[in-house]
Every structure is written in structure tokens, then in C-alpha cells.
Design a protein around this ligand. Structure first.
Ligand code: TXA
Ligand code: MG
Length: 319
């Protein structure tokens, strides 16, 4: 089937209240008609996700903003203008028509205009909001390939649109613009500093120990195998091997000669490349049957903030 026909079929499934998984530039989403609460509820069942977690509504473009949100501040509009289409989600006061199924019963709604050409084509064809969380089982690593979705949710989804690997690889930056105090709820490729440059004010930043939104639980984004973040990689691996643990490593450098008994992956040196590959690598390491995944702590610095956030949420230890 050509892409155009596939998009038409996907839009028809959404109109009929079905579920369509689709690629965005960040991760694959599990989509349903945002205006159909019954369809949205199917998402929660497929994911095994608690009903009180709000989902992001994806829009074809910013002209749809007023349909879903109210009291949109000039600052929020400035962010939409600068970063949409792109990997930014804005939390705004919800319009009355937004159902509790979408908002999780909160008086706000998360909105985003994705840039991925397949997501754009689907949204243009559907011509309304598509509610979509990441297309993974609740609490698991987000999918960055269509085969991740098929493997994890296959039977529960009516259609999976394949757009190849997601170019960003980690979920969108979330900024709460629903009050007078803009806050960063989830770091992402678009950094807090870039957002602050548009706002002209500082963002309130929640630490990892203060989850603000349902879904920002610290146990999120985790592989099945326990994941340890290591400041001193060599020391950590050595002590685990001494306990006869089978170890899989995601490091910043290639394998040292004295570590032949551990599974070793060298991660990309640039933050953007690291982020793009992170979830696929965690899924691979998860499949090796090791006892523990050890990830070398990423560098400090603003461009690594989102990667550090996801890894610290996936880790069983907090460094
Ligand atoms: O990149 C992304 O954002 C991907 C793609 C598919 O767009 N979506 C995604 O959705 O990561 P999800 O549901 O896995 O994560 C969305 C996060 C959750 O932590 C949820 O609690 C939060 O956004 N969220 C959604 N609506 C919200 C609201 N009204 N207020 C506060 N947080 C909200
Ligand atoms: Mg998710």
C-alpha cells in the first residue's frame, strides 16, 4: 500500500474509534480520536495505564489551539510559534469540550504539533486532535521503531504506521503554561535554556524527587532488567562481576581488553545521537538475558539534561 492510501486508512480507523500507532519525531504514539472518550479509553486498556493519567493531544497546526485550550497567554503562543511543529508539549487550560478521558480529570490539557512527515500527513487527513501517549506498555521504554510497537502492543492496535526510526528518540519537552509561573515538567531535545530565551523569564524546574504530573513517576521508562547508573564504570562492573552477575554495559567508550566477560555497547558521544539510540539500545540490552544493565553516567551540561532525566528515572539507584 502506498503511504497516501495507508494514511487514508489510518484516518478512517481513527474516525471509527479505533487505535492507530504512528511515528512522531520523538517516539511512536498510540493514537485515538481525542474527541471520542470511548476511543481514548481503549488507549489506556491497550497500555495497561491508570485512567487518571492525562494524554497529549496532537494537532495538525496551531490554528487548532483554541479548539482545545482556553486562556492561552501571549507567552504560550510565542512558544508555539517558535517551536511548532516540533518536540514541545504545552500544558494549557483545557477547553470545556476536552473530555476527562484526555485530561485525566485535570483542568488542563497537553497539546503538541509534531513535525514528523507521517504524523503531519495523518493529522492533516484526520483534520482534528489525536490523543496519543507513547506506544509502549505502561512504565516501559518508549518505542522508536515500528517493530517495537508491533512486538509490545501488536494485537491491541488496529494499525501501525511505519515511519522508520524516530529522529529525536526521546519524548517531547513538556512546559506547563497553564498558570502565571511557567514550569518545565519534562526535559527534552528543546532545552530549558532555549525556552527561557523565548519567554524572557526563568522556568520553574521540578527536581527528579518531585514528580508533579501523573506519569512523571520516577519508575518510568525502565527496561525489565535492573538498570544501574555508574559514576565509576570500571569499579561498578568489577564489583558486579565479582558477585557473579551477568552484566551488560552501555558505555561512552569502546570495550577495554579486560572486560571480555561482559556484554558491551559503546554509546554515541554526541547528546542528540545518544538520545536517538537510547531506547533501542536499552531494549537490546534488556533482551540479552543479563542480570543487570550498567549505564555509564552521561556528561553534565544542558544538552544532556533530557538523557540524564530518562536514565535517572530508569535506574534503580539514584546518583
Ligand atoms: O514526545 C511525546 O511527548 C510523545 C509523542 C507520542 O508525542 N508522547 C508522550 O506521551 O510521551 P506520554 O503519555 O507517554 O507522556 C506524556 C506526559 C505524561 O507524563 C503525562 O502525565 C503528561 O505528559 N501530561 C499530559 N497531559 C498533561 C496535563 N494536562 N498536565 C500535566 N501533565 C500532562
Ligand atoms: Mg510514555
Amino acid at each position: 500500500m502506498g503511504l497516501e492510501r495507508e494514511i487514508e486508512k489510518a484516518a478512517a480507523i481513527l474516525r471509527a474509534g479505533g487505535l492507530v500507532a504512528f511515528p512522531t519525531e520523538t517516539v511512536y504514539g498510540l493514537g485515538a480520536d481525542a474527541a471520542n472518550p470511548q476511543a481514548v479509553r481503549k488507549i489506556f486498556i491497550a497500555k495497561g495505564r491508570p485512567q487518571d493519567h492525562p494524554v497529549i493531544v496532537h494537532l495538525p497546526d496551531s490554528s487548532h489551539l483554541e479548539h482545545w485550550a482556553e486562556e492561552i497567554s501571549p507567552a504560550a503562543r510565542a512558544l508555539a510559534k517558535r517551536f511548532w511543529p516540533g518536540p514541545l508539549t504545552l500544558i494549557l487550560r483545557r477547553a470545556k469540550r476536552v473530555s476527562d478521558a484526555v485530561s485525566g480529570g485535570q483542568d488542563t490539557v497537553g497539546l503538541r504539533v509534531p513535525a514528523h512527515p507521517v504524523a503531519q500527513a495523518l493529522l492533516k487527513a484526520f483534520a482534528s486532535g489525536i490523543a496519543a501517549p507513547s506506544a509502549n506498555r505502561f512504565g516501559r521504554v518508549s518505542p522508536t521503531l515500528a517493530e517495537h510497537v508491533r512486538g509490545e502492543l501488536g494485537a491491541q492496535v488496529d494499525m501501525v504506521l511505519d515511519g522508520g526510526p524516530c529522529p529525536v528518540g526521546i519524548e517531547s519537552t513538556i512546559v506547563d503554561m497553564s498558570s502565571a509561573h511557567p514550569a518545565l515538567l519534562r526535559p527534552g531535545k528543546i532545552t530549558a535554556v532555549e525556552i527561557e530565551a523565548v519567554l524572557g523569564t526563568a522556568l520553574y524546574r521540578f527536581g527528579p524527587e518531585s514528580p508533579r504530573v501523573p506519569g512523571a513517576l520516577t519508575s518510568h521508562y525502565a527496561p525489565r532488567t535492573p538498570l544501574l547508573l555508574a559514576q565509576d564504570l570500571a569499579k561498578c562492573v568489577k564489583s558486579l562481576c565479582a558477585q557473579n552477575k551477568r552484566v551488560a554495559v552501555l558505555a561512552h567508550h569502546s570495550r577495554p581488553v579486560d572486560s571480555l566477560d561482559v556484554i558491551w555497547q559503546a554509546a554515541p558521544a554526541q547528546a542528540a545521537d545518544y538520545a536517538r539510540e537510547l531506547y533501542a539500545r536499552l531494549r537490546e540490552l534488556d533482551k540479552t538475558g543479563c542480570d543487570v544493565i550498567v549505564v555509564e553516567e552521561p556528561p553534565s551540561g544542558e544538552e544532556w539534561a533530557a538523557v540524564r532525566d530518562r536514565l535517572s528515572k530508569a535506574a534503580i539507584n539514584k546518583v
